[in-house]
Design a protein around this ligand. Structure first.
Ligand code: ADP
Ligand code: MG
Length: 174
């Protein structure tokens, strides 16, 4: 497969962790849109949101997404990338889109263990589990709409990688 693999899903579903491992197995380049934004602008997600608002951040994120098309890459996206229809279409047209699906309680547990506040500003300032459940409800249809494949992301990172490989190359997986 020479097209990129895009990983989409809520914060904490494992896009970065699973994406790095998947890229390693496939021998693909790994790109994280949040990290790329940080390295190109010199500012974190939280800093961009503070100075330019979520709208400013979303515009930068869309530009980054457009700069990453083509080639053997695994691309971990930001949780809100699917909010833009143009982003959803861009990913579907340029590669294979995988939605890493997990229940809100699992996502909350992971994010509470590793808050990484600077890269993950609170969207509402409310308790994390509550916020995640509400955001997932609002975005579930968008993740589904963007995805070619929906995979359960609640097992270990290695198991999720195996499940993705199985789905992408059903005949080759042993
Ligand atoms: P995302 O990039 O989707 O926001 P991360 O890959 O940063 O998610 O993962 C968030 C946290 O959850 C990290 O601390 C990571 O180690 C942990 N994590 C990710 N995937 C899994 C998994 N499948 N099982 C257990 N913990 C995981
Ligand atoms: Mg990430």
């Amino acid at each position: 497969m020479t097209q990129p693999i895009y990983l989409v899903g809520a914060r904490g579903c494992g896009k970065t962790t699973v994406g790095q491992a998947l890229a390693g197995v496939l021998g693909y380049e790994f790109i994280d849109t949040d990290q790329l934004l940080l390295s190109t602008t010199g500012r974190s997600v939280a800093q961009i949101v503070e100075s330019e608002g979520w709208g400013g951040f979303r515009a930068k994120e869309s530009a980054i997404l457009r700069s990453t098309t083509g080639g053997r890459k695994v691309i971990a996206t930001g949780g809100g990338i699917v909010l833009s229809e143009a982003n959803r279409r861009c990913m579907r047209a340029n590669g294979t889109v995988i939605y890493l699906h997990a229940q809100p309680d699992i996502l909350a547990r992971r994010l509470e263990a590793f808050p990484e506040e600077d890269q993950r500003p609170s969207l509402t300032g409310r308790p994390i589990a509550e916020e995640i459940a509400e955001i997932l409800l609002a975005r579930e249809a968008l993740y589904q709409d963007a995805a070619h494949h929906v995979l359960d992301a609640s097992s270990s990172p290695d198991a999720v990688v195996s499940a993705i490989l199985q789905r992408l190359h059903p005949c080759a997986a042993g």
